[in-house]
Each structure stands twice: as C-alpha cells, then as structure tokens.
Design a binder for this molecule. Structure first.
Ligand code: C2E
Ligand code: MG
Ligand code: MG
Ligand code: MG
Length: 271
C-alpha cells in the first residue's frame, strides 16, 4: 500500500515540475522579448543625508513594462532571470542605462549587481569598459553587492573590487546582516558603505533585538570607517532612532519612492 501511495506522489510531483518548468520557460521568453524591445526602465530612489535630508545619491532600481503597460517588479523575475542566465542581458541594460542617463544627475548612482554578474572573471574590466564608453565618472558609481554573492569566489572577488576601487568606483554591501557574513572578510574588502537591511529597520520601536543589531552594525561601520545607509525608512520613529544611533544616510518611502529620472532631476535642480 505504501508503495502505491509513493508512486502516486511521484506522479503528482513530476506533473507539478513539468508545469513549473513550462511556466519558467514562458516567463523567460516573455522577459527576453521585453528586454529586446527596450522595455527595461530604471527608476532612482534618492538616498539622503539623515541629518539635513539633502539628496546624497540615488539607487537605480529596474522595472519592466509589459506590452499592455503593466509594470513587472524585480522580485517577480530576478529568480527566473538568475536561473536562466537572462540576468546577464538584463544587468547589462540596467548598468548601461544607469551610467548613460544617470550621468546627467551629477550625483553618485548605485547599481545592484547580481551574483552572476559579479562572479564573472572579467567583471572588473567589464565595469571599467562601460564607464569609459558612457563617460560616467567612476567616483559617482556605487556597486551594491550582497554578502552571499561576494563569498562565492571571495578571493577573486576581492581582487576585482580592489581594481575597481583603484579606479575610483565605490562599493556597498547590500542587505547587510542578512547573509552569511564572516567578519574576517569585511576587513579585507575595499568597502565604502554598509546598507542596513530593511528587516532590522522594521523592528525599530517594536523589537529591542533589531535595535541592538542596528546599533552594533553602526558601531562596527564607524570602526571600519565606512558610511551606513539605512534601507526602507517609513516613519519618524525609525528616522529618530537611526539619527540617535549615528547612522549617516538613508532611503525609504518616508523621504522618496523610486522616481523617474526626469522627476529626480527636477528635485535635484530644485525646480
Ligand atoms: P534592494 O537593493 O535592497 O532595494 C531596495 C528595495 O526596497 C527596492 O525594492 C525599493 O523600492 C524598496 N524600498 C525602498 N524604500 C522602501 C520603504 O520605505 N519601504 C518598503 N517596504 N520598501 C522600500 P525593489 O525596487 O522592488 O527591488 C527589490 C530588490 O530587487 C532589490 O532590493 C534588489 O535586490 C533587486 N534589484 C532591483 N533592481 C535591481 C537591478 O538593477 N539589478 C539587480 N541585480 N537587482 C535589482
Ligand atoms: Mg540595493
Ligand atoms: Mg538593499
Ligand atoms: Mg533589500
């Protein structure tokens, strides 16, 4: 009897797997076409100085518009894009756009880099070539990298980041505190910013452990002489706590949502 049940379960799973595979292939094809048709849009979320709320930089965040004008968000396609290798084309479009159009902003622009992109052997020269061809100043480029993508090939990746850093490019660890951090690599990577993950910011005023983690990250960042950026600030309570704890910069709906480039330009020029 047990055997019979197991057989049925197998059949059930393999049907589901087939369906999942065809869903992924369909999604991949849809996205590939949309990338080809230039439906990749880059929005920019201002990163402000917490004390005076002046715009310090902007994070580029991609969206894809469908043929009928709907917007696809990163969370709905990044897993598929990474599994199918599409992330390479997509990442290329994003960094071309962010450095091409972002140049006119005249402020630092951060770009999220996926594990697949970072772990390519020629990642450093790839970035330098793009900077060269777009004329974007390297000092204004911040690469946002997660802990987990960094540790895949830790020593090679540190070398690539060192070369980029020698050329002026800046590095931020994204979603800090959520990956498998090893404190020993933190002292070896050329680092400019630590981005405190939104999950800790959500706990402010609600969970003393989250507050303790935030204070610890900030204190460590100060010793490492890197700036902290708090993600996902949504209210005054969170802002007050972060200022009191010594965080430097922040972004979130409390200040600005991700904006179209024209809107951000207007904001910066004050018109
Ligand atoms: P992330 O890099 O941690 O980006 C921050 C995310 O938090 C963005 O979501 C942003 O819209 C959202 N956010 C900002 N302020 C608030 C807030 O106050 N409250 C809440 N609830 N959310 C806030 P988004 O644009 O949906 O992007 C999600 C993730 O997708 C990003 O997380 C990043 O990991 C990835 N992603 C976005 N753009 C790119 C890209 O160009 N390349 C790659 N490889 N990944 C990207
Ligand atoms: Mg980011
Ligand atoms: Mg983040
Ligand atoms: Mg995040």
């Amino acid at each position: 009897k047990a055997k019979k049940t197991a057989g049925k379960e197998m059949e059930f799973f393999s049907k589901n797997i087939d369906r999942e595979i065809s869903r992924i292939l369909h999604l991949k094809e849809t996205i590939r076409k949309l990338i080809e048709k230039n439906h990749v849009i880059v929005h920019y979320q201002p990163i402000v100085n917490l004390l005076d709320r002046k715009i310090y930089a902007a994070e580029s965040l991609f969206r894809i518009s469908t043929d009928d004008g709907k917007i696809i968000l990163p969370k709905d396609i990044i897993p598929v894009a990474e599994e199918t290798g599409l992330i390479t084309d997509l990442g290329e479009k994003i960094i071309q756009t962010a450095t091409g159009s972002g140049k006119e902003l005249n402020i630092p622009v951060s770009v999220n880099i996926s594990a697949v992109q970072l772990n390519r052997p020629n990642f450093d020269s790839y970035i330098l070539d793009i900077l060269h061809s777009t004329g974007f100043p390297p000092e204004n480029l911040i690469l946002e990298i997660t802990e987990s993508s960094l540790i895949e090939n830790i020593s090679e990746n540190i070398e690539k980041l060192k070369i980029l850093k020698e050329n002026g490019v800046k590095v931020a660890i994204d979603d800090f505190g959520t990956g498998y951090s090893s404190l020993s690599y933190l002292k070896n990577i050329p680092l400019d910013f630590l981005k405190i993950d939104i999950s800790f910011i959500r706990g402010i005023g609600r969970d003393e452990k989250d507050e303790m983690i935030i204070r610890t990250i900030i204190s460590m960042a100060k010793h490492l002489r890197v700036l902290t950026i708090a993600e996902g600030i949504e209210n005054e309570t969170q802002l007050r706590f972060l200022i009191k704890s010594g965080a430097n910069l922040g972004q979130g709906f409390y200040f600005y949502r991700p904006l179209e480039i024209a809107e951000l330009k207007r904001l910066i020029s004050g018109s």
